[in-house]
Design a protein around this ligand. Structure first.
Ligand code: SF4
Length: 343
């Protein structure tokens, strides 16, 4: 049923839908949910305002009718959402969706949960792990959570049959650049693919500064000096990470270069927040509400035409413009927090 994907004003097809199922998380990572802002008094979304799992699945069906093929489930921390396996089952039954993945901090990835997610139809897992030494990792997650327990989560996922697990690490100068080679050495030859993410100015609360960005190019050189690397072609148009392969056959390592080498030209990602707002860019300031339409009894055609008009009018290329140092439309209005729309 997958018709030709609709395209936006820059001729980019709608292929990927990132679905945030909660704005809550049990970590307080300093580059995403700093405790000073997301402290005890922070007003998280009340349950009644969250889309139900059925509402989320219905919207995913709508997106699939205009070309969406890949779903990534995110948060906050998605495993906080109860009965998430039911959503995975519903999404995996949608005609046209040929990939479902999930990004997690790994803290709730028990052996049981990994087996249930796999059985529900989840295809791929990405686990965030920004350092292996507890001093650094605990400084980053700010909830005193040890790295070994995230590694246990990864082992549970592997035992449940998840292959090609991705391990995402955000590298910030002065915080965890020393963790790069630890992560490389730990995961080389393991079948897991580490992806180093350039520290980004997502949201308005992480105190981002360009000086704290460690360009991926430097990380490639650092790793190459120890373990020679060769570049690898992307798996598909719009793949986020730049792929490199260890020359000695020990697998791959990836780099997400939003700050130094933007990739807006092929960006095929839409984002759905847990309250039913569609964001057409990670750095957007405003979303497009679908919840009211959903809850007003609108039929699929009305939802379809709404989503179609949102994507067709899309012209986002924040990272590209940031790189050109030119004014970015709407940037004065305050960017949405990453914990609201997922990475
Ligand atoms: S900055 Fe926005 S348009 Fe560019 S790649 Fe990221 S999400 Fe896509």
């Amino acid at each position: 049923m997958n018709m030709n994907p609709i395209t936006d004003t820059l001729n980019r097809p709608l292929r990927d839908l990132r679905i945030s199922v909660t704005d809550r998380c049990n970590f307080r990572c300093v580059y995403c949910m700093p405790r000073e802002i997301f402290g005890p008094g922070y007003a998280f979304v009340p349950r009644k305002d969250l889309l139900t799992l059925e509402e989320i699945a219905r919207l995913a069906r709508i997106f699939a009718q205009i070309g969406m093929r890949k779903v990534r489930i995110t948060g906050g921390e998605p495993l906080i959402r109860r009965n998430l396996e039911h959503l995975v089952e519903m999404v995996s039954a949608i005609d046209g969706v040929d990939d479902i993945s999930l990004t997690t901090n790994g803290s709730m990835l028990t052996a049981r949960r990994a087996i249930d997610l796999k059985a529900a139809g989840l295809r791929r897992l990405t686990v965030s792990l920004d350092a292996l030494d507890d001093e650094t990792f605990k400084k980053i997650n700010d909830v005193d959570y040890p790295a070994i327990r995230v590694l246990d989560g990864i082992d549970n996922a592997r035992a449940a049959g998840f292959n090609d697990i991705k391990v995402n690490a955000v590298i910030r100068r002065g915080l965890n650049e020393h963790a790069v080679m630890d992560l490389v050495e730990h995961f080389r030859g393991s079948g897991c693919i580490v992806r180093f993410i350039e520290y980004m100015d997502v949201g308005e609360t992480n105190g981002w500064n360009l000086d704290d960005v460690l360009p991926a190019k430097q990380l490639v050189e650092q790793i190459h000096a120890r373990f020679p690397l060769d570049p690898v072609d992307p798996n598909y148009r719009g793949e986020v990470a730049k792929r490199w392969r260890y020359r000695d056959g020990a697998g791959e390592v990836g780099f997400i270069t939003s700050v130094t080498e933007s990739f807006c030209g092929d960006c095929s990602r839409a984002r759905l927040s847990a309250v039913g707002q569609v964001y057409t860019c990670l750095f957007a300031s405003e979303g497009h509400d679908l919840r009211e339409l959903l809850r007003s009894g609108a039929d699929d055609d009305a939802l379809l035409s709404r989503v179609r008009s949102i994507w067709s009018a899309r012209d986002d290329r924040y990272s590209e413009l940031r790189g050109l140092n030119v004014p970015i439309p709407g940037s004065g209005r305050g960017k949405v927090e990453m914990s609201h729309i997922g990475g």
